[in-house]
Write a protein that binds this ligand. Sequence first.
Ligand SMILES: Cc1ncc(COP(=O)(O)O)c(C=O)c1O
Length: 426
Amino acid sequence: MADLEARAKRVLSPVLGHYTWLPVARGEGSWLVTDTGRRVLDLTSGIAVTPIGHAHPKVVAAIREQAEKLSHICAGVALYEPNVALAEALVKVAPSGLDTVFFGNSGAEAIEGSIKLARQVTRRSAVIVFRGGFHGRSTGAMAVTTSKAGYRRGYGSLLPDVYMAPFPYPLACPIQPEHDAEACAQHGLAELDVLLEHQVPAEHVAAILIEPVLGEGGYIAPPASFLFALRELATRIGALLIFDEVQTGFGRTGAWFAAQKFGVTPDIMALAKALGGGLPLGAVVSPRELQEKWLTGTHGSTFGGNPVSCASGLATLEVIRDEDLVTRAERLGELMLRDLAPLRSHPRVREVRRTGAMVAVEFTDPKASKAVLKTALDADVLLITCGFHDQVVRFIPPLNISESDLRLGTRVVVEAVLGKPVATPA
Ligand SMILES: Cc1ncc(COP(=O)(O)O)c(C=O)c1O
């Protein structure tokens, strides 16, 4: 095991970018344990996939029990309980009216399915997206992704008929001097009008697709007024509003879904990551009326809604619900912001911000953020970046992390930035 990195570099494709080469042997709650027994605090949750930590006993039991009974038959070949039970549990916590589920395997697939549904039902093809959005790596999902141009390098033409409008992000807005998010949102909406006037006729638009809080783009929330305006626009022009809640879903924002946090209900919600509680699972969720118009047989998946993934997802959802971790996400976010407050006045920090338990520290340049990641990992705290230039450090703690572990993590980051030890405030 000692040369795992060397072995990986011999047989695994270098196309996959690596934040770290940490050789993990197992996970225990909020902690990872390496093959030499080193314990590392995981503030990534595997990029927002394990909301109740690693190897939660209820999830392990559900996976084991299901694997012993049935690990695969294909949802299109036969019916099985976990598939239906997870869909039932999911629509109970989803925004009202979103009552029907199509299961796939991943976020990219959920996006592909959402776009296919919108295109087929509206009989239109244009998709409007927002600058900085990340929706996945498959060809269609990449075509609607605009967080980094580099993701498209060398791939030629992608899905046609995709149009990009600005996302309200005052720190990266071409309009200067600096202004607040509301002004930025108004500017974005005006640009959207320009798009509809000059580039794509409103009656061509099948979908308006947005991450209600930018994830990979930098952990940036728009003002609620922006999402309200998109809702109103989509309804007015007969397009469908799609929320990509792959990263924001399942309590991360302090509500089950960001849609509920902002009080804006989309027509379609794309889900993945935490949905499977650590196993691969994705979903397209929308009102039944819409999915009844999706022609049977024109979409599908061999593995989608796999019995073991659904059992794992259901156990995870039940723990989030029963332990009220959605409410706790808000408290964790407050705590992190309070402990990170000393960074606000640092010359290399542009902003410390949060939506629920999605917390971000934006630095002036990626050298600073990457140096913090390295220093934190040396101190046994695992974090990852986001942002257009990886200039943002994001915190994605498990929602059941202990306060003391969380505060250990934030203290390590504060010390990494300030370059000196700090006392944790009471
Ligand atoms: C908001 C969002 N959408 C879609 C995706 C793609 O998900 P997957 O990697 O499961 O295909 C991601 C992945 O990070 C994401 O954050």
